[in-house]
Design a protein around this ligand. Structure first.
Ligand code: SAH
Length: 224
């Protein structure tokens, strides 16, 4: 794989970041992580041109790398701090995990499609990010009981409801950002930020509408 980041890529990336600012992203730590991590590494070479448009893009297995605006929005809401222990559900291309690691977090990311898990594992290793990111091939509905609790949880697939299992894997004071299906608009999700106030109490804030691929049960094996 050719992991080169040219001046042209850097220029396109700066333009994308300006457009994200224009759309309301203000957190400089989020924007600077998106400046450091070349998004085109996470798309196939043939689609490199698409990497710096503010669009979701297919990554195989009928899945997509989230739109840069969505990545920025979720990361901003998550309020990532250095040394945060973060669980991501839906590794996909590995791009979002790379952004979190670049912000100083320790990332645990789960993917149900073995093909995507294997590709992300190889790429993150090549980028030297495997030191901060551990990937798991399993169903994210279970979370990671052995590694819990987490300071933050980020779900990058559309849930029908917030899984209780995941809520209980948050530290007290920790929060989860998750897109939850909007009953009034079947094809879109409301971004929800849930915070664990105590052992049993949780608070919720509801934000804008987005479109994610579904959060599905079970795992899918890789086929050559
Ligand atoms: N964060 C990704 C976006 C991937 S799209 C990125 O930066 O590229 C959402 C991903 O969630 C898909 O790869 C999909 O396979 C995965 N997914 C859906 N349901 C899941 C589940 N139950 N457990 C783990 N991953 C799941």
């Amino acid at each position: 794989m050719n992991l080169t980041d040219t001046y042209r890529h850097k220029g396109l990336r700066r333009r994308l970041l300006e457009s994200l600012r224009g759309k309301g992203i203000t957190n400089d730590r989020v924007l600077s992580a998106m400046d450091v991590i070349p998004r085109h590494f996470f798309l196939e070479k043939a689609f490199e041109e698409w990497a710096y448009q503010d669009k979701a893009f297919p990554i195989g297995c009928e899945q997509t790398i989230s739109q840069p605006y969505t990545v920025a929005y979720q990361t901003e809401l998550l309020n990532v701090q250095k040394k945060d222990k973060i669980l991501e559900i839906g590794t996909g291309s590995g791009y979002q995990a790379a952004i979190l690691a670049c912000m100083g977090a320790r990332v645990y990311s789960v993917e149900r499609q073995e093909t995507l898990y294997l590709a992300a594992r190889k790429l993150l290793y090549e980028l030297g990010l495997d030191k901060w990111i551990t990937l798991f091939y399993q169903d994210g509905h279970e979370g990671l009981p052995k590694d819990a609790p987490f300071d933050k949880i980020l779900v990058t697939a559309a849930a029908t409801e917030i899984p209780e299992v995941l809520k209980n894997q948050l530290v007290i004071g920790g929060s989860m950002v998750i897109p939850v299906n909007n009953p009034l608009q079947p094809k879109s999700q409301k971004m929800v930020k849930l915070t664990r106030q105590s052992e049993t109490a949780f608070s919720q804030m509801i934000f804008d509408d987005f479109r994610f691929v579904p959060f599905l049960k079970g795992i899918i094996k890789h086929r050559d």
